[in-house]
Write a new protein. Structure first.
Length: 219
């Protein structure tokens, strides 16, 4: 087993472990609303980690991300993620809509702790339904491109633990882009003044470094 296959297998195993949590919360939450509180914990964890490691949370720590990279990938055509979903305006609009909806609903049911938990479960169910539809049409990780927590992690974590690229070794074979879970193109940063992949969407998964035939990439 080569370096890439080993890295891919290790990541897959980690994602399967966290992915198991996802259906427990999204389905079990309808019967036990207290499970909904797992969602704000994930939100805080994702943003907190971003200050040190960028979007590392979205790699395999995130149960929904792990679920889509493993389960949803089997039903997705894995097409190129449309640029529209990565636009700042799209991210901002989605962030405003979801945060406003969540806040108003929590205020409406306050201080009933069970109903507050139910609000988180409903939000998770609605966004997951949208994510599944986009996965079936385009790519498993489309939702991750404008997920509010992913977007915030992108903004606060940009430049944290960046992927480095050696322009002298890169041959622009584009394997990094093809294997990237969220469609980041490391080769596009070749010949930049600072040879670092500063794309805030980089999940720090290391698959691109492992698949690079010239070892031009390094985390």
């Amino acid at each position: 087993m080569n370096e890439f296959e080993t890295a891919k297998k290790k990541r897959f195993i980690k994602q399967v472990i966290t992915a198991v949590i996802f259906p427990v919360v999204v389905i079990g939450g309808w019967f036990y609303p207290v499970l909904g509180y797992f969602i704000p914990i994930c939100m805080l964890a994702g943003i907190s980690i971003a200050f040190w490691k960028g979007r590392k949370w979205c790699d395999w720590y995130c149960p929904r991300g792990g679920f889509f990279d493993t389960a949803a990938k089997t039903i997705s055509p894995n097409k190129e993620i449309p640029a529209f979903f990565k636009k700042t305006s799209t991210r901002v609009v989605m962030l405003i809509i979801l945060m406003t909806a969540m806040t108003t609903q929590i205020i409406r049911v306050w201080p009933n702790w069970q109903k507050i938990g139910a609000v988180f479960v409903i939000m998770l169910t609605v966004t997951t339904t949208l994510a599944v539809i986009l996965a079936i049409i385009y790519h498993p990780r489309v939702w991750c491109c404008f997920c509010p927590i992913g977007s915030i992690s992108n903004w606060v974590g940009k430049g944290k633990k960046p992927l480095k690229i050696d322009s002298n070794l890169c041959i622009e074979c584009r394997r990094c882009h093809k294997i990237c879970p969220i469609g980041v193109s490391a080769y596009k940063f070749k010949n930049k003044e600072v040879e670092k992949v500063m794309d805030g969407d980089c999940l720090k998964c290391g698959l691109c470094a492992a698949v690079c035939p010239k070892k031009a990439l390094k985390l």
